[in-house]
Design a protein around this ligand. Structure first.
Ligand code: P1T
Length: 385
């Protein structure tokens, strides 16, 4: 094709073309572990063994690379597997600057797995670039951040973090799970690696667990591909097929997630039982200017502080019906959770207190049901407090 395809078209077509043997419009599920060689060492394309490469996975990897504006994609069996693969780039003695507010499981990988191999993580509030500059040492090889962060939805200036990383010869990796490439494209803002838990918006239907890394640089890609093949946390072809089906609608789903979240924030902000909300699309957000610059819209996640404490939050969460009380996020169905007890239980309580992950904090993943039904559900549950 002569003109480069626009984003919505790439969601549907990038990485995929009709199957050459049958014309099947969807990339088939190549449910195979191995590939027959006509002569020893002669492969059809790049395929000799499915840990190394599988055609359904290849299509997904190319699709995700295109959506993030990268040149290369690698798919993994989960979001934490993508993180672990990235950390395998490092060696004993290296340091990572990690944003202070991250998914509890991300914190756990650093703390309980990689620290024992001598890779240290310094947690910094990256909304303060001066603090990041100060924390950098000659041993720092990687900056790892989420933006918006999970669960307090802080916004970190990706461009600024890229400048700091480059000045110190370190890599910048951005976990783009919450924003998705529909709303934010970190590679264009100076990141070296984009990471995803594709379990979330990329998958979008709460039916698969997956991860991905996307890069522009060929050398970095080849190092990560070596890790993917050597350590082996690859997804199966069926999961890749499901994810490919999902990215076709990513663009339209994200629009509706944002529409519904905006309406929910407006409702919560005027409710007497709600102390305050945090939403990247709200002018009251402390980093609203940065969000406006680097994100298209505010996304589908809302953090709300209910008045009171654990009793009030528990009553509210026991009374929602459309919002399912569950870990995870980013699906078509609305989910809600209590980070202090659920997703961030592996973050020590004193750290949670510092971050403001209080007992009154609830996290909404606003789905794409009818927005009035969502609001009615939340109103009923708030009134039960
Ligand atoms: O669960 P997994 O696919 O391994 O992804 C881990 C992960 C990575 N990055 C972010 C920003 C995440 O939110 C997650 C997983 N988070 C949840 C399960 C959650 O409910 O927050």
């Amino acid at each position: 094709m002569d003109t480069p395809m626009r984003f919505a078209t790439r969601c549907i077509h990038a990485g995929q073309s009709p199957d050459p043997t049958t014309g099947a419009i969807c990339t088939p599920v190549y449910q195979t572990s191995t590939y027959v060689q006509p002569s020893p060492g002669v492969f059809k394309g790049e395929y000799d063994y499915s840990r190394s490469a599988n055609p359904t996975r290849t299509a997904l990897e190319a699709n995700l690379a295109s959506l993030e504006g990268g040149a290369h994609g690698l798919a993994f069996g989960s979001g934490v597997a993508s993180l672990a693969a990235t950390l395998h780039l490092l060696r004993s003695g290296d340091n990572v600057i990690l944003c202070d507010d991250v998914y509890g499981g991300t914190y756990r990988v650093f703390k309980t797995i990689f620290e024992q191999f001598g890779i240290t993580a310094t947690r910094v509030d990256m909304t303060n670039p001066g603090a990041v500059e100060e924390a950098m040492t000659p041993a720092t090889k990687l900056l790892w951040l989420e933006t918006p962060t999970n669960p307090t939805l802080k916004i970190i200036d990706i461009e600024r973090m890229g400048e700091i990383a480059r000045t110190h010869g370190a890599l910048l990796a951005v976990d783009n799970t919450f924003a998705t490439p529909v709303l934010q494209q970190p590679l264009a803002l100076g990141a070296d690696i984009v990471s995803h838990s594709s379990t979330k918006y990329i998958g979008g239907h709460a039916d698969t667990v997956g991860g991905a890394l996307i890069t522009k640089d060929e050398g970095l890609h080849l190092r990560l591909k070596h890790i993917q093949n050597s350590v082996g946390a690859v997804p199966g072809p069926w999961d890749c097929f499901l994810l490919l089906r999902s990215t076709k609608t990513l663009n339209v789903r994200m629009d509706r997630h944002c529409d519904n979240a905006e309406k929910m924030v407006a409702f919560l902000d005027q409710h007497p039982k709600v102390e305050r909300t945090v939403y990247p699309g709200s002018e009251s957000h402390p980093q609203y200017d940065i969000a406006k610059r680097q994100m298209k819209r505010g996304g589908g996640m809302i953090t709300a502080f209910l008045k009171g404490g654990i009793t009030e939050a528990r009553t509210f969460l026991e009374n929602v019906k459309i919002f399912a009380l569950a870990e995870s996020l980013g699906g078509v169905e609305s989910l809600i959770e209590h980070p202090a007890i659920m997703t961030h239980a592996s973050v020590p309580s004193e750290e949670r207190a510092k971050l403001g992950i209080t007992d009154g904090l609830v996290r909404f993943s606003v789905g794409i049901e009818d927005s009035q039904d969502q609001i009615d559900d939340v109103e009923r549950a708030l009134n039960a407090i």
